[in-house]
Design a protein around this ligand. Structure first.
Ligand SMILES: [Ca+2]
Ligand SMILES: [Ca+2]
Length: 92
């Protein structure tokens, strides 16, 4: 995760699509976090950047299909978690 740029009012963050827990790796655990969030069992604070990197098919919704895409990538069914190898940057 890129730390906020000092001296700016807009903080710029970079995260990896599919990396919900921000440990720099897309794993099955990330898929499980998506499912926990969907059914309301996610523990802890859900940040706005997590909503962005969770929506791996970029359809504007967080659903089980996003979790499925992440898991397919993790087990090697697809070569890339469509956007998992790209980082997303945005300003708050
Ligand atoms: Ca992760
Ligand atoms: Ca989605």
């Amino acid at each position: 995760m890129v730390q906020p740029t000092p001296g700016t009012t807009n903080y710029l963050f970079a995260h990896i699509y599919g990396d919900i827990d921000d440990n720099s790796s897309v794993e099955a655990y990330d898929s499980s976090l998506v499912l926990q969030y969907i059914v309301g069992l996610y523990k802890g604070e859900w940040f706005s950047w997590q909503s962005i990197v969770t929506d791996v098919d970029i359809n504007g919704e967080i659903d089980a299909y996003d979790a499925a895409i992440i898991l397919r990538y993790v087990i090697g069914m697809i070569d890339e978690c469509r956007y998992s190898l790209k980082s997303v940057q945005y300003s708050l």
